[in-house]
Design a protein around this ligand. Structure first.
Ligand SMILES: CCC[C@H](O)CC(=O)SCCNC(=O)CCNC(=O)[C@H](O)C(C)(C)COP(=O)([O-])OP(=O)([O-])OC[C@H]1O[C@@H](n2cnc3c(N)ncnc32)[C@H](O)[C@@H]1OP(=O)([O-])[O-]
Length: 713
């Protein structure tokens, strides 16, 4: 766990606990023993702490026994022999706290530093909130600790975290340095003994404001700020007591469990399992050497960029030269933006773009491993494209379709290789958003799924395998939330009431601000297409589609020219087309009242609790139906999709974790209550799996056993 290597008067303690050298119990004990051994050995004059591969990524989140990291940090700092941290890779959380307790720090130029504790719901409570401000000053500490952000070695040097940055072997350099300082006094090298520079109130107010915006609803960042600030006014020992007392607040808040669940859920989600038993453990994917993207619109160019960024050569294809040129110009503009923001250099930009080819028509696609079709959502068009690609591309080429809802099996039926057809649901902007829903059809092979997962990881996404149904996992659940939002308006809420409840829950924007952003006309088009497919003619009085309640309120607004931000008015008034600040509007309220009166809908006062329940319970209920049907293979997949694709508040873990936290029996009972009241909305019919889990009080980790047992009945 920790190798002890004594050489020329220097004891090197090298942590060796793959994969990330987390400070598990055994590691902490071994560091403690190593420090004591080195302290007692008269031949040892100085000590170096390092990690094999990387430095230390923090506490082992699953293990909180003794000795504590705080005790280790104190032991290091109080050592009579100089202790030097040799840092490569990551010095995070408790690892960072160990590093700043050392008397000196030597770092490789590519190393990273940070306090990610806030993102798992805790504080750097091994003295980090007290030592760090003493090392870098209050302003930098109040910026870095609550943000959880990683910084590079160069910035760490500027801030005074690191004493020297090296290009070569940081351990060798640290050992050399440790030898050179043997016997030197350490009095000004003990971080806890330093005064805090710049302890001024002004930083605190600004930092609290920023944390409330960037870490909305999270307790830990705010507690970190107050503890670091208070500590800066107190002697170190008293500051440590404040840190310990406040740590209890966050440890018992409930957010810690949710955030740590989210951390592991995100790492579990790419580990796929199919109903046939094939899984990431048993099936290997085929690497993608080159690819083509069909369609140079927003999605097509975004997907192309995601692949180019990962070094995959891409041919961007359009049927029309004009559209192709437009897409390429957009793509080049985005890269030029990255260069001007110094995210990449001009050389890197040129290297990326050298891997881009373009083509008009599909004829050249005779030597590609993968084609991703990304034209607009139209089944007939997609089928036509797939039939043609099937004729032109080699038989082993994967043919994937970017869609947010369409039936993958129907698209695959246009080809003679349905085993190689899969849906890739990218989120906008595709070059940036982390989530990728990989949708398996009935006949998609395990090798195709494995390849899509491998591909997703390679292009920097968190890929999650889902089954084929309308809207897959994310949008299928979202639709229920959107429907209920509309019904709430019909029944008496104003858009701002509903948005406020959703935003208080932790979403960045409520459903109506989101709709104003994406365009009301888009939703109306979707509804009209649905009606057309059901053979129903929509008229102003229509309230049901196939027996299901619908709302045409958006249509009433669109008919009056209110399409959202782009027209300056939607559910809010933005002052001008393209405006960004939503204002409540009497005119919009009049449209709503008139709409309800025309349909004989009586408006009433809707309580806060009802708004919250009606927004989130149908979505949760749908999540259980998705598990029941095997569309998702575990609750972590659903939660990851919502955390990454829909900005679900992370400190509640995701919709499935949240339901478990509230109590499944309570959730089930409330869904039954609304089911009695809303017979025309199938999304209120309670999931059978939810009913079973609520009755059996099954722990979340065993939900899938119950789901699988039920599906076999
Ligand atoms: C009193 C308070 C004291 C102190 O202040 C508290 C702390 O230090 S709190 C801690 C503060 N520190 C943090 O919060 C750091 C959290 N970690 C990270 O940010 C990233 O893992 C890191 C950037 C280090 C590497 O990224 P990468 O290269 O993309 O790799 P990856 O992310 O895929 O992980 C690989 C495997 O390692 C696993 N694992 C990782 N970390 C931990 C852990 N701490 N524990 C346990 N396990 C951990 C991870 O689950 C995965 O397992 P698997 O079975 O293979 O799925």
């Amino acid at each position: 766990m920790v190798d002890y290597i004594a050489r020329d008067g220097v004891a090197l303690l090298q942590v060796n606990n793959p994969p990330v050298n987390a400070l598990s119990h055994h590691v902490r004990v071994a560091i403690e023993e190593g420090l004591k051994k080195a302290g007692q050995d008269p031949r040892i004059k100085s000590i170096v702490i390092s990690g094999k591969g990387s430095f230390i990524a923090g506490a082992d989140i699953k293990d909180v026994s003794k000795p504590t990291i705080l005790e280790l940090c104190d032991l290091i700092e109080s050592s009579g022999k100089p202790v030097v941290a040799a840092i490569k890779g990551f010095a995070l959380g408790g690892g960072h706290e160990i590093a700043i307790s050392c008397h000196y720090r030597i770092a490789h130029e590519k190393s990273k530093f940070g306090f990610p504790e806030v993102d798992i719901g805790i504080l750097p409570a091994a003295g980090g909130t007290q030592r760090f401000p003493r090392l870098v000053g209050l302003e930098a500490a109040l910026d870095l600790i609550p943000s959880g952000r990683h910084i590079g070695a160069a910035q760490a040097f500027k801030l005074g975290i690191v004493d020297k940055v090296v290009r070569g072997d940081a351990v060798e350099e640290a050992v050399k340095f440790a030898k050179s300082i043997a016997g030197e006094p350490l009095v000004d090298r003990r971080t806890s003994q330093r005064p805090v520079m710049g302890a001024e109130n002004a930083f605190l107010a600004a930092a609290v404001k920023l944390a409330m915006k960037k870490k909305k609803g999270m307790i830990a960042p705010i507690v970190c700020l107050s503890v670091s600030f208070m500590g800066s006014l107190l002697p170190f020992e008293q500051g440590i007591q404040v840190e310990a007392a406040e740590a209890v607040v966050v440890f018992t808040s409930g957010q810690m469990g949710a955030l740590q669940y989210a951390f592991f859920a995100q790492r579990a989600a790419p580990k796929w399992l199919l109903p046939c038993g094939a899984s990431f453990k048993t099936v290997k994917g085929r690497p993608i050497r080159n690819a083509a993207v069909i369609g140079a619109g927003t999605m097509g160019t975004g997907i192309t960029m995601a692949m180019l960024n990962a070094g995959i050569p891409v041919t961007l294809v359009e049927q029309d030269r004009k559209f192709l040129d437009k897409g390429v110009s957009l793509l080049k503009l985005l890269y030029a933006g990255s260069v001007s923001l110094r995210k990449i250099t001009q050389d890197q930009c040129d290297a990326i773009l050298s891997k881009l080819n373009t083509a008009v028509g599909y004829k050249s696609l005779t030597n590609v491993d993968l084609v991703i079709e990304a034209v607009y959502e139209n089944m007939a068009l997609k089928k036509q494209i797939f039939a043609e690609l099937d004729r032109i591309c080699p038989p082993e080429t994967f043919l994937w379709t970017n869609t947010s809802a369409l039936d993958i099996d129907e698209i695959a039926s246009a080809t003679r290789r349905p085993d190689k057809v899969l849906g890739t649901h990218f989120f906008v902007p595709a070059y940036h958003m982390k989530l990728l829903e990989n949708v398996r059809g009935k006949l998609t092979s395990a090798e195709t799924v494995a390849s899509a997962q491998m591909f997703g990881t390679r292009i920097g996404k968190i890929p999650v395998v889902v089954g084929n149904c309308h809207g897959f996992v994310g949008n299928r659940m979202l639709h229920k939330y959107v429907y209920e939002a509309d019904f709430l308006i019909e029944e008496g809420c104003w858009p701002e009431d509903v948005d406020m409840v959703a935003e208080n829950f932790g979403l960045p924007l409520g459903p109506f601000k989101v709709r104003d952003l994406s365009g009301l006309d888009i939703r109306v088009r979707g509804l009209l297409e649905q009606a057309k497919a059901a053979g129903i003619e929509i008229n102003p009085a229509t309230r049901f589609l196939n027996g299901e309640r619908i709302s045409l309120l958006s249509k009433s607004l669109v008919d009056k020219g209110h399409c959202g931000r782009k027209t300056g008015r939607g559910f809010y008034n933005y002052g001008k087309p393209g405006g960004k600040i939503p204002l409540n509007d009497r005119f919009i309220k009049d449209v709503i009242v008139e709409y309800c009166a025309e349909r004989g809908i009586e408006r009433r006062k809707v309580a806060y609790q009802e708004i919250e329940e009606r927004l989130f319970l149908p979505l949760i209920n749908e999540g259980f139906k998705i598990l029941e049907e095997g569309i998702a293979s575990k609750p972590e997949d659903i939660d990851t999709i919502w955390l990454l694709g829909y900005a679900w508040p992370r400190h509640t873990g995701g919709p499935m974790y949240y339901a478990n936290m509230v109590g499944l029996d309570k959730i089930y009972n409330r869904i039954c209550h609304y089911n009695e009241l809303h017979k025309h909305s199938a999304h209120w019919q309670p999931s059978l799996l939810l009913k079973k889990l609520a009755a059996s009080k099954t722990p979340m980790k065993d939900w899938m056993e119950v789901a699988q047992a039920s599906s076999k009945l």
